[in-house]
Design a protein around this ligand. Structure first.
Ligand SMILES: Cc1cc2nc3c(=O)[nH]c(=O)nc-3n(C[C@H](O)[C@H](O)[C@H](O)COP(=O)(O)O)c2cc1C
Length: 159
């Protein structure tokens, strides 16, 4: 397979575990998408319509700032992008990341963890945000796939 990067955002560590497993299986470099302002547990309260995450997710064009300048993706042909599902889609900080990088001509492979929601709506939204990339359907990682399961999935992507 081509050289790949696993870039992920994780607010409470679950997606980070999935990202580590995927980077190992894909023999990929790992990059943490870090918000300039970390999310506190109060920020993550989805029961409060005024919490930071509720306000951001209620606004399609919210783009919270990243802590660092976006990475140079020129060495990579494939970028796995991981995140927790928030309100059925990818968190807006992931949109900031996607828009800050040069993803033209690259394959973008979403992966996510969630309480139960799937990844279809996120992948579709990501296609709208980076039409210059080829965004694949992606995979949920709630089933904590083994290295061999991940390797088989990656081979099946035909990258
Ligand atoms: C603001 C917010 C919104 C969420 N929305 C959803 C959702 O729509 N569907 C779902 O199944 N889980 C939802 N979750 C649960 C997270 O997707 C789940 O806990 C995820 O594994 C957390 O990953 P992390 O530890 O990497 O941040 C939400 C969590 C938060 C904080």
């Amino acid at each position: 397979m081509n050289k790949s990067l696993v870039a992920y955002f994780s607010a409470t560590g679950t997606t980070e575990g999935a990202a580590n497993a995927l980077a190992k299986a894909a023999r990929a470099d790992l990059y943490r998408i870090t918000p300039a302002q970390p999310y506190s547990s109060r920020d993550l309260n989805w029961n409060n319509s005024s919490s930071r995450s509720s306000v951001e997710m209620g606004n399609d064009s919210a783009r919270p700032a990243l802590a660092q300048v976006a990475p140079d993706l020129s060495p990579y042909d494939v970028v796995f992008v991981g995140f927790p599902i928030w309100w059925y889609v990818e968190p807006r900080i992931v949109d900031t990341f996607l828009e800050s990088c040069d993803l033209s001509g690259k394959a973008v492979v979403p992966f996510a963890t969630s309480g139960s929601s799937g990844i279809t709506r996120a992948a579709s939204r990501m296609r709208d945000i980076v039409p210059q990339a080829r965004v694949l359907d992606g995979r949920m990682m709630n089933d904590r796939p083994s290295t061999s399961e991940l390797e088989a999935w990656i081979r099946g992507l035909g990258l």
